[in-house]
Write a protein that binds this ligand. Structure first.
Ligand code: ZN
Length: 98
């Protein structure tokens, strides 16, 4: 199975549609990158504070965390996404949020 075949790019029209449809499920490539527009939407809704510690984040240093990890069946939907600092996100890994 080739990774290249699974990678998807998101067109402007798809991103626009996603922004008007908060419950849309995004299918992300295996490298777990997601469109910048979706990341910024998560930051605007859930930021700027890290979900797991008091750190205040900026648009330059925040990461998007899957509350229920993809590895455990979590979906890339706004309801399952939150803002986390780098150290909390890497510490959490594929475990559930407390
Ligand atoms: Zn944190």
């Amino acid at each position: 199975m080739s990774l290249l075949n699974q990678q998807r790019l998101y067109s402007d029209a798809q991103i626009e549609f996603a922004q008007s449809s908060p419950h849309l499920v995004w299918v992300t490539p295996p490298n777990r990158s997601m469109p910048l527009a979706l990341r910024l939407q998560v930051f605007d809704l859930k930021g700027p504070r890290c979900a797991y510690c008091p750190e205040i984040l900026t648009r330059e240093n925040f990461t998007v965390d899957h509350i229920r990890p993809i590895a455990r069946g979590g979906l890339t939907v706004l309801a399952n996404l939150t803002v986390a600092c780098r150290s909390c996100n890497s510490r959490k890994g594929a475990t559930w949020a407390g």
